[in-house]
Design a protein around this ligand. Structure first.
Ligand SMILES: [Zn+2]
Length: 168
């Protein structure tokens, strides 16, 4: 297999056996010492462009190296969102710390204990308590049902109530 190329000096088309690739020869036309290009560079383009070709290859290598560096840089870039996520999880932790003086508490209001002089003051008492803690400190209100022994009727009765979770 022959390498066909042009003399960089006189542009004479030359055909050399591929075994001589990379070696210096004397151009039979202009007697200039020229380097036989490697088989992949056997394009008929003038060797003047063969010089930019390796530099292009070098730029490809450097660009691929840059791409590799970019990938390496992308890893820290990928770490940044993680750091942001950590930073995002921090404010709630900080919020918990700042509200550290306020602890989660529960307050149970049983319906039976809100009967005063025969008047059902359950709703009123729950409302009063909710207003007391304030909406901002409200965590949740859960209904409960319970049984109790009613002394008056001597019966076990079912009743209901609420458990209020709040910060206070
Ligand atoms: Zn020549």
């Amino acid at each position: 297999m022959d390498i066909v190329f042009n003399c960089p000096n006189c542009e004479q088309e030359l055909a050399v056996d591929s075994a001589g690739a990379g070696t210096d020869i004397e151009c039979p036309e202009c007697h200039e010492t020229i380097t036989i290009p490697l088989p992949p560079v056997k394009n008929p383009a003038p060797p003047a462009e063969a010089a930019p070709a390796p530099s292009l290859a070098a730029s490809v290598i450097s660009s691929s190296a840059a791409a590799k560096i970019e990938r390496h840089l992308k890893v820290p870039v990928g770490d940044k969102p993680t750091a942001v996520l950590i930073a995002k999880t921090n404010p709630p932790l900080g919020a918990r710390k700042t509200s550290g003086e306020k602890r989660i508490r529960i307050h149970t209001i049983k319906h039976a204990s809100c009967i005063e002089s025969g008047h059902d003051k359950f709703d009123q008492k729950v409302t009063e308590f909710l207003n007391e803690i304030g909406e901002a400190n409200m965590v949740g209100v859960h209904t409960i049902s319970y049984t109790y022994f009613d002394v008056g009727t001597q019966k076990i009765l079912n009743d209901y109530g609420v458990v209020i979770l709040y910060r206070g």
